[in-house]
Design a protein around this ligand. Structure first.
Ligand code: CP
Length: 306
């Protein structure tokens, strides 16, 4: 069935992901600006801050020849401040645009938006829920860097409780074969029971390893995350979790030469800048891949007019 909305990674099967990745590969080489989506309008409605997701979606739409309308601080500068619901905002915006990229602070907001929208809704992060387009670009980056998405050991580090990117990527690995996950997290931020259950049901092996020095040598992919201060109910829990796992030169000494280090960004101090120039540091390349994957997604949702 063709994609209508992108709300969660469970909407994708292996063939759909491979199709998307092939389209993203093709997007690397298209003329700029293309006319593929000329006349189409994308709305980006962000109730939470963003650098990469909003700008890369907007760059993607411009590169495809479409136009963009945007509210970058919708919590304050849209009619949400007057009490308008997400549903009503989306009912309006779906009359103004051909697709809507929505970031919201409440888990489930993208699904609520999709239920009332007459145009495609793309979930750009719903609170601590999911960030499906980030997971897609993450898996695309793994394929681009390592040449495969199967038979991987992926070490997920940091805030696995509130980190929606880690949650979505873990779920997306259900489409891989022979992939194992190792969770390295402070006690305050374990991977959620919902994700563990989904992985167990799909037969994806996962384990917890609190010792970074034991996990890193096993990794094909290290996926570091920021401890999400804004989502903690308790300041003391945040302070205990913060700074537990930092990747710097000493940690890189433990990595295989062929391993890659990813991070959805933004980072605070969990990857030291001293390792940015190491060829295994893939996080900036990963962020750039977001443009191609999002071009491919927009093209799939809006239809190719060229
Ligand atoms: N990775 C990610 O979602 O980054 P932004 O918050 O800058 O969009």
């Amino acid at each position: 069935m063709p994609l209508r909305h992108v709300v969660e990674v469970s909407q994708f099967d292996r063939a759909g992901v491979e199709d998307l990745f092939a389209r993203a590969d093709a997007m690397r080489g298209i003329e700029r600006p293309s006319t593929r989506q000329s006349g189409k309008i994308l709305a980006t409605i962000f109730y939470e801050p963003s650098t990469r997701t909003r700008l890369s979606f907007e760059s993607a739409m411009h590169r495809l020849g479409g136009a963009v309308i945007s509210t970058e601080n919708a919590r304050e500068f849209s009619s949400a401040i007057k009490g308008e619901t997400v549903e009503d905002t989306i009912r309006m915006a779906s009359g103004y645009a051909d697709a809507i990229v929505l970031r919201h602070h409440e888990q489930g907001a993208a699904a609520r938006a999709a239920a009332v929208s007459t145009v495609p809704i793309i979930n750009a992060g719903d609170g601590p829920g999911e960030h499906p387009t980030q997971a897609l670009l993450d898996l695309y980056t793994i394929r681009h860097e390592l040449g495969r998405i199967d038979d991987l050991t992926i070490v997920l580090i940091g805030d696995l409780k509130y980190g929606r990117t880690a949650r979505s990527l873990a779920l997306l690995t259900r489409l891989s074969t022979g992939t194992r996950l190792i969770f390295v997290n402070p006690p305050e931020t374990p991977m959620g029971a919902d994700i563990r259950e989904a992985l167990a049901e799909a037969g994806v092996p996962f384990s917890e390893e609190p010792r970074l020095d034991l996990a890193l040598p096993r990794a094909d992919v290290v996926y570091q995350t920021r401890v999400q201060k804004e989502r903690f109910a308790s300041e003391s829990d945040f302070l205990s979790a913060k700074g537990t796992y930092i990747l710097g030169r000493a940690a890189y000494e433990l990595l295989r030469p062929s391993a890659i280090v990813m991070h959805p960004l933004p980072r605070v101090d969990e990857i030291a800048t001293e390792v940015d120039a190491d060829s295994r540091s893939a996080y900036f390349r990963q962020a750039h891949n977001g443009v191609y994957v999002r071009m491919a997604l927009l093209d799939m949702l809006l239809g190719d007019r060229s």
